[in-house]
Design a protein around this ligand. Structure first.
Ligand code: ZN
Length: 446
């Protein structure tokens, strides 16, 4: 490509000159996001208050973490909910608890074709660029990019990354070819939202996590340069990390490798913020799939090295706390929890299929429906609650129930009425889970 590139350089330079100022227009105008934020999911829109209470408790412990209620288009379609429901539930919780801190509603993993119904109700948009990674982009666009960024070619020394790295034009062209379309598509979605609601009214995140391979430091640097060119004032970026982020259970992978990647990503972001004039507080967003307990100490010790903020999405497991609460309540609650497990095991194939790449269920570890039917509250909650020390904890049981929320949705008012009748015990589980198992280990340290 290098040869073709040189031929086109003159024409391309004119394009580059034309593009840059337009992009810069957007970069100073955005709704600021707080330093620490917690993405929470609330599938049935009944736990916003209990979730917010966890933020109140961590504030009392000394750290401000703001809640961001997120729900993807896919989840709305599974549950039959609307983006307006998420905002209404969040708003009601904020009022009920007289929460004075920030709070946001995230249109999670949206793209141009799915964003519209979120626009009036969200102030945080996770622009999902992952599907466009690796899709072909014209050589002219790649050339224009590399011409615009001669600083990306050669020896790049990033403070706090021990080994500086060496690139050449061919490598930057290859990286640009892989990621430019993805960033440009995110740019289109960003501008579409900005044209409808004004760029000062929302927070933009760029997500690249739903792809195969973690981005290397040079790749992340190219992506950040491209984000600046597109004029997306991204305040969070969700790269792909090494290892498995299975839903609702702990991290499976190489912890030392994760620590290196997390550290290097922070170093590259700090470097790119200066160089490309990106929003000063641009931070990492970890789409954790919830419950990545063994990563929390790494995150906690690495963030201060860069005075970096963090957005951590824990989405999805609040519904498991609902089930735990119902099971703990006993009576009809326990009966329903057992019935849901009974249908889950019967329909395990269809329930797990959409999540095949993010769950790891050992079918031989799943108890039969008739066995579970005889369980006490303690047996059910012991198997389901994510306490790795508990002798009854069963991660296969937990993962199967995690993806079975559609079965509760099918029960409709029966499920919701039980949630309401047992609001206190359910809410206590929701709050304690977020406060004790998620927020404290990441931000306080126990
Ligand atoms: Zn994600």
């Amino acid at each position: 490509m290098a040869k073709e590139c040189r031929k086109r350089q003159l024409r391309v330079r004119r394009v580059a000159l034309f593009m840059a100022p337009a992009a810069n227009r957007f970069m100073r105008h955005f709704k600021p996001l707080e330093k620490f934020s917690l993405g929470v999911g609330d599938r049935f829109a009944h736990q916003a208050k209990a979730q917010l209470r966890a933020c109140q408790l961590i504030a009392r412990d000394g750290v401000q973490v703001v809640p961001v209620w997120n729900k993807s288009n896919r989840e709305h379609s599974f549950i039959g909910s609307e983006p307006s429901d998420v905002r209404a539930a969040a708003q009601a919780a904020v009022q009920a608890l007289n929460w004075q801190g920030g709070w946001h509603v995230d249109a999670d993993h949206i793209r141009l074709e799915t964003v519209d119904r979120f626009i009036p109700h969200s102030d945080f948009f996770t622009l999902d660029a992952a599907d466009f990674i690796g899709q072909p982009v014209s050589p002219e666009i790649v050339c224009a990019f590399v011409d615009r960024h001669p600083e990306l070619v050669g020896k790049i020394t990033i403070p706090q990354i021990v080994a500086s790295f060496q690139t050449d034009r061919a490598e930057i062209e290859r990286i640009a070819g892989k990621f430019l379309l993805a960033v440009q598509e995110a740019g289109k979605t960003y501008r579409h939202i900005a044209s409808k609601k004004g760029n000062e009214t929302f927070i933009a995140e760029l997500s690249l996590d739903e792809t195969d391979a973690p981005q290397t430091p040079p790749e992340l640097l190219v992506i950040l340069a491209a984000i600046a060119d597109e004029g997306i004032p991204a305040q969070t970026i969700a790269p792909k990390f090494t290892g498995r982020f299975n839903k609702g259970v702990d991290y499976v992978g190489d912890l030392a490798q994760f620590e290196r990647e997390f550290h290097d990503d922070l170093a590259v972001i700090a470097f790119a913020v200066e160089r490309y004039d990106l929003p000063a507080k641009l931070k990492l967003s970890v789409h954790s799939g919830s419950d990545k307990f063994s990563l929390y100490p790494i995150i906690r010790r690495t963030l201060p090295k860069f005075d970096a903020g963090l957005h951590i999405k824990t989405a999805g497991t609040t519904w498991l706390e609902e089930l735990i609460g119902l099971a703990e309540a006993g009576g009809e609650g326990l009966v329903l929890a057992k019935e849901i497990y009974g249908s889950a095991i019967e329909h395990a194939d269809e329930l797990t299929a959409p999540y095949a790449s993010v769950i790891d269920i050992d079918r031989t570890k799943l108890p039969s429906a008739s066995e579970v039917a005889c369980w006490s509250s303690e047996q059910f909650t012991g198997a389901l609650r994510h306490d790795r020390q508990h002798p009854l904890f069963n991660s296969s049981f937990r993962q199967l129930l995690h993806v079975s929320f559609k079965l509760a949705a099918k029960r409709g008012t029966q499920y919701l009425d039980l949630l309401e009748a047992n609001a206190e015990i359910v809410g206590r589980n929701v709050t304690e889970n977020l406060h004790v198992r998620h927020l404290r280990p990441q931000f306080i340290g126990d």
